[in-house]
Design a protein around this ligand. Structure first.
Ligand code: PEP
Ligand code: MN
Length: 374
């Protein structure tokens, strides 16, 4: 794919900074937020949601088509270009008609290829930049498919927005980053700029700056940040929106990477290889964490059924089968052995800890006698 880089879109140089409220709630709220953001001098593009894809029907659905007029006023009075989320061909046509400067497809829309196809059809022949958020589930093919559909409509100003994936367990983030997927996307489509949305990813204003920094450290092409003039009274996503002061502080504190490669070709090659290494490392860490979670479950199970944590035959079998597999894959026996020993040690420690906790809470069969194998 031959995708235009964000620097060529006419919004400005450096990482593309998109900021604005989750939703357009009133003309006053929109203008006050846009004026405060304009004053920071750090924003390339003002965002606002007009049609809100809410999980529950009783929540604020957005102001809809009429808010396009408010955005026109924002643009006329502040000079900031404006971006809107579109979820249907009608939204897309209305935005083109209103002279909106950029569009984005939300996570829910990208999850449905029919919707993406219908919007792409409505955009055929347009030159407007289109940002494609990741789908709700960590499905890279679905994300790439949406990008291909937009590209197929002739759009060349495309960027992906990494906003994380719906968790199925309680997590620190509202949407689990799974950074490795964004890295994998970048290695699959090297010309595609990938922007991070730390607001939807973290779900909490306090976590936005560190998430944004992490994205910049990973050399993302920009940030989309939710900023509201008065977040406590926001009609949607109030916990995660920064106020203009918080945004200004964050922008001052963020460290932007300055890499000025002499030889762009070889730097890109190196970058691409590093991306692949990063992706694998994140996968290894994710797998190790998943393994340790199972260890914790096993600790509980063993505790309740009175089984000891350590069983010699099981350990010898693990060591043997893993080093054999390592040799098949071309890894040295000593290396695989060392790694698997470390992992096993940590697993035993996890199980022990769970057992101790359960015993202290009186929820386990008695501890084994002194001297019994542990
Ligand atoms: C939004 O940007 O306000 C939004 C609805 O985001 P997402 O599609 O990432 O949930
Ligand atoms: Mn939002």
């Amino acid at each position: 794919m031959d995708i235009a880089q964000t620097g060529l879109w006419g919004f400005g140089e450096g990482p593309l900074i998109i900021a604005g409220p989750c939703s357009a709630e009133s003309e006053e709220q929109l203008l006050a937020t846009a004026e405060a953001l304009k004053a920071t001098g750090r924003v390339h593009l003002f965002r606002a949601g007009l049609w809100k894809p809410r999980s529950r029907p009783s929540t604020f659905p957005g102001e809809g088509f009429r808010a396009l007029e408010w955005l026109k006023r924002v643009k006329a009075e502040t000079g900031l270009p404006v971006a809107v989320e579109v979820a249907s061909p009608e939204h897309a046509a209305a935005c083109l008609e209103a002279g909106i400067d950029a569009l984005w497809l939300g996570a829910r829309t990208v999850s449905n290829p029919f919707s993406v196809e219908a919007i792409a059809c409505a955009l055929n022949g347009a030159t407007i930049p289109v940002l494609v958020k990741n789908p709700l589930s960590p499905d890279l093919e679905l994300w790439i498919g949406a990008i291909e559909r937009v590209y197929g409509a002739g759009i060349r100003k495309i960027a992906a927005i990494h906003r994380g994936f719906t968790p199925y367990e309680k997590s620190r983030y509202r949407n689990i980053p799974k950074w490795e997927l964004a890295i994998e996307l970048r290695s699959r489509i090297p010309s595609l700029p990938v922007i991070c949305d730390p607001s939807h990813m973290s779900g909490k204003a306090a976590l936005v700056p560190e998430t944004a920094q992490k994205a910049l450290d990973m050399n993302m092409a920009g940030l989309m940040v939710e900023v509201h003039i008065d977040p406590t009274h926001a009609l949607s996503d109030k916990d995660q929106q920064l106020d203009p002061q918080g945004f200004t502080k964050m922008m001052h504190e963020l460290v932007f990477r300055t890499s000025a490669p002499d030889d762009a070709g070889s730097t890109n090659q190196l970058e691409e290889m590093r991306n692949r290494i990063d992706s694998i490392d994140y996968q290894i860490i994710g797998l190790l964490a998943a393994r340790m979670r199972i260890s914790e479950e096993m600790g509980e199970f063993k505790c309740r059924s009175g089984v000891t944590v350590f069983q010699l035959e099981r350990w010898l079998e693990i060591l043997r089968t893993r080093t054999e597999q390592g040799s098949v894959e071309g890894l040295g026996e000593e290396f695989t052995g060392r790694i698997i020993r470390m992992i096993h040690e940590e697993s035993i420690r996890c199980q022990d800890e769970v057992m101790k906790k359960l015993r202290n809470a009186g929820g386990c069969s008695p501890a084994p006698e002194e001297g019994e194998e542990q």
